[in-house]
Every structure is written in structure tokens, then in C-alpha cells.
Design a protein around this ligand. Structure first.
Ligand code: AMP
Ligand code: MG
Length: 433
């Protein structure tokens, strides 16, 4: 992989994505530090040790229905069976089941020994008083052996690996850990992600902007995206468009595990980020990608000093992204390129980005030599997701992006010949946000 430096042709999306995936795979070989967290605080964290079943799951042959445990062959003869006992969920396994009889049972209760099926309550007729109750499977129904019984160990055997190191923990993984008796889990330390907004026009959220000024919105957006991707956001004060301010901010950010800089990477006279990174000794992997929005994206590494702050993990070098300043560009380039690197630093096995297919219900235009990522609204209600463009005023249109829930991926025009647009009804790729 040769770095794309000024003057060289820019890499296309696929080439840049492959470079990022290779880089992420290499960084994933360094395991982050580990801490223990209580299970109710583990959502969003990444497992640092595999999760094993502490006993068979289910731990006993369990009834999947409310009904009557029986021998399938006897019940299928449709003769009345004497009800020999009853077991509720939570009671110890009981039995054995006498020949020619049935056993009343609730969902989740252990099936008595001797029984090989459970007939659903809805499928029997009951007769007799409380002391001489019988049940009969209603013809023409029959029941198969093992019907409505989940065998002991059917889901997992004691000692089986249920979750691997690097699994992101969400609701269901937490439930599984609870089922196996883990009140706390070992998880990886979160990588610390420095977020540095640059621009003379930017003011903090609480200030009233003077004429020509705007509020720094991207730091708040990126902090939320970083947290969602498993990082610990560290928002630095806004840097000015001067060499001095940028040099100081970049030096400070050296204590982070990943550095995201927004703004100042276009070709303008006050776009000073790339020279500042070069002064700090950066090695660039690419400067610019053939995508829209986000074309000026910069990706590289800074040599790492032996700094250690908070939960920061010492690494060979500090990955840095110079994200273009417009909010839509910052969001797209974060999702496509920075999030996979962050996931690798966080120890995650799944690194994204996440794409899906959807049916286009508006039309979209392609551009020569650029893969486009256009803010769009996708409805997941039908059998096939349906997606339409959001009308937007370019990559500064934060309000439009706030109405979107994905981005339509438009391949480079050359890949679409003879048309330079995609018509309604076509199946398109979407980038999930
Ligand atoms: P730049 O990449 O520095 O040329 O910035 C491109 C556009 O994005 C300009 O209109 C900036 O004002 C805007 N911008 C840059 N950084 C931010 C930020 N942190 N929050 C909101 N807008 C920004
Ligand atoms: Mg700027």
C-alpha cells in the first residue's frame, strides 16, 4: 500500500477503505488494557475475556409450553391418561412419570423423567374430579417424541464458549452473562479520542457568535459518535487557524490514543492542519480520497511520545484523521474511516462501516471520479428497506443531516455507464449511521 501524497492521484473509496481495514487489522494485534465493570455498566463495552457457560443451558430438560408431559406414543393413541402430578416453573425435576399417565407442567418447568413430550394445554380435553383427573390428546392430533421439550444442554454445554474476546456488549450479551452467573465482566479500557475543532470562525456553544462567527457543532457530534463507537471522547479547546495554536493543540493531543481534527484540511489559504501535522512528524497514509463529501480527508500517524494520561493506552504511534470541517463531511468520513480504526483500538472484532441494501424511491445523480455518500431517509418498515434522498444545501447542511438516518452510496459515474444517474426502483447500498 503506497501512501497517496500530494501530486499523486487520489485513491478511490475502495482503495482507501482497504488501506483502513489493513491498518485496523494491524492495530488490533495490540490488546488494550483491561478493567472489570459491573454487568449493569457493561453495555457499550468490549469483552476482554471469553464468556463460557457455567452449566448446561438449559440446565434441565425444560418444557416449552404450558400443558401435560407424557410419553408421545401413549398420548397419540388418544386414550385418557391419569394426571399423576404437577410441576411449576422453579420446582425441582420430579417424576418418574408412571406408565399410562400424564404430568401437568408449566412453561420453563423441568420435564419429569420418563416423559418424552409435552402436549399443549390447548390440545387436550380434561375430565374427572380433582383427585381422578384425566387428559386426552384431542384427535386427530398426534405428538412426536421430543415435542415441546428443550433438551438439557440443547443451547450450550457447560464450558462451551458463548462469546469471544472482542464482542461488543449490548442488551442480549448482558442477559447471557447474567444467565451464566457473571455479575461483572472483564472489558477493554476505552481508547481516549482527542477531538480538536479548528477554525477562526468557531466559538464555543455558550458564547454568542459575533458577525461572521458560528458555533462549534462538530465537536459535540464527534463526541457522541466516538462514545457510540466505544471510545472515550476528549474534547479539546478550539484551535485557531495559526501555526502556533495548531502546534500547541496537536502537542497536547499526543496523550490520546486517536486524534480527530476537524477543519483546515482543504486547499484554502488558512487550511494549516496538514503542514502542522507534518511539522509534528506525521507520516501520511493518504491526503484526499475520491469521495463526496469528504474529499480533503487526511489520514496518518504521529510518532508517539511516552505520554500516559488517564486510561490512555501506550501505542507505537498515534493515528490521526484530519476530517474536512463541514459537518456532513466530518460525519461521513468519521463513519467510513475513523470508526473502523477506533473499533480496532477498542479491541472490537466487528469494525464496520455498516452497509445495507435498500430500494431507491427518489433518483440520485452520480459524479465523475467520486463515490458519493448522500444524506437520506430510510424506512425499515416494509419487507425491503426504502430509501430517499433528503433535500440538502451541501455538506454544511447540518439540519438536513439531522433528518437523515443513513447515506445513499452512489458509485463513481464511470461505474454506472451509460447513465449518470440511478433511477427510482433501483436497489442501492446505504451506509448506516
Ligand atoms: P474547513 O474545512 O475548515 O474549510 O471548514 C469547512 C466549513 O465547515 C466551514 O464553513 C467551517 O465554518 C465549517 N466548520 C468547520 N469546523 C466546524 C465545526 N467544528 N463546527 C461547525 N462547522 C464547522
Ligand atoms: Mg477552517
Amino acid at each position: 500500500m503506497s501512501p497517496t501524497l500530494p501530486g499523486a492521484a487520489l485513491p478511490g473509496y475502495d482503495e482507501a477503505a482497504a488501506l483502513i481495514a489493513g491498518y485496523a487489522a494491524k492495530r488490533a494485534r495490540f490488546r488494550p488494557g483491561v478493567e472489570r465493570v459491573a454487568l449493569d455498566e457493561a453495555a457499550g463495552r468490549v469483552l476482554a475475556e471469553p464468556l463460557h457457560a457455567d452449566r448446561d443451558q438449559p440446565p434441565f430438560a425444560r418444557s416449552a409450553r404450558d400443558g401435560f408431559a407424557c410419553r408421545a406414543a401413549e398420548a397419540s393413541l388418544h386414550r385418557p391418561l391419569a394426571v399423576a402430578g404437577a410441576t411449576r416453573a422453579g420446582q425441582a425435576p420430579s417424576g418418574p412419570l408412571p406408565r399410562g399417565s400424564a404430568w401437568e407442567i408449566m412453561t420453563g418447568a423441568p420435564v419429569p423423567s420418563g416423559a418424552d413430550a409435552v402436549i399443549m394445554l390447548e390440545h387436550v380435553e380434561t375430565s374427572g374430579g380433582p383427585s381422578a383427573r384425566t387428559v386426552r390428546l384431542l384427535p386427530p392430533r398426534t405428538i412426536e417424541k421430543d415435542g415441546n421439550i428443550v433438551a438439557r444442554g440443547a443451547q450450550a454445554r457447560k464450558g462451551d464458549k458463548l462469546l469471544s474476546v472482542g464482542t461488543a456488549i449490548s442488551a442480549v450479551q448482558a442477559a447471557l452473562a447474567a444467565a451464566c452467573g457473571f455479575p461483572a465482566l472483564k472489558v477493554f479500557l476505552r481508547p481516549r479520542v482527542a477531538i480538536l475543532a479548528t477554525g477562526d470562525e468557531l466559538v464555543p456553544i455558550r458564547s454568542s457568535p459575533a458577525p461572521g462567527q458560528i458555533r462549534n457543532s462538530s465537536s459535540a457530534m464527534l463526541a457522541a459518535m466516538v462514545a457510540a463507537a466505544g471510545g472515550e471522547p476528549w474534547v479539546l479547546p478550539i484551535a485557531r487557524d495559526t501555526a502556533k495554536s495548531l502546534d500547541a493543540a496537536i502537542a497536547r493531543a499526543g496523550a490520546a490514543d486517536l486524534l480527530l481534527i476537524t477543519g483546515g484540511v482543504s486547499a484554502g489559504r488558512f487550511d494549516l492542519v496538514e503542514p502542522a501535522l507534518a511539522r509534528a512528524g506525521a507520516r501520511f497514509h493518504f491526503i484526499g480520497v475520491r469521495i463526496q463529501p469528504g474529499k480533503p480527508l487526511v489520514f496518518g500517524d504521529l510518532p508517539k511520545r511516552n505520554a500516559k494520561m488517564g486510561n490512555s493506552i501506550r501505542r507505537a504511534s498515534l493515528p490521526i484523521f484530519g476530517l474536512p470541517g463541514n459537518p456532513v463531511s466530518s460525519a461521513v468520513t468519521f463513519l467510513l474511516f475513523a470508526a473502523p480504526v477506533l473499533a480496532a483500538l477498542a479491541g472490537r472484532l466487528d469494525r464496520g462501516p455498516r452497509f445495507a441494501l435498500a430500494r431507491l424511491i427518489s433518483d440520485v445523480k452520480a459524479r465523475p471520479g467520486l463515490t458519493r455518500f448522500l444524506p437520506a431517509a430510510c424506512s425499515f418498515a416494509g419487507s425491503l428497506p426504502q430509501v430517499e434522498l433528503i433535500s440538502w444545501e451541501g455538506s454544511g447542511d447540518l439540519a438536513a443531516m439531522a433528518r437523515a438516518n443513513c447515506f445513499i452510496v452512489v458509485p463513481e459515474e464511470g461505474d454506472l455507464r451509460p447513465k449518470s444517474r440511478i433511477e427510482p426502483g433501483a436497489i442501492v447500498r446505504i451506509l448506516l449511521s
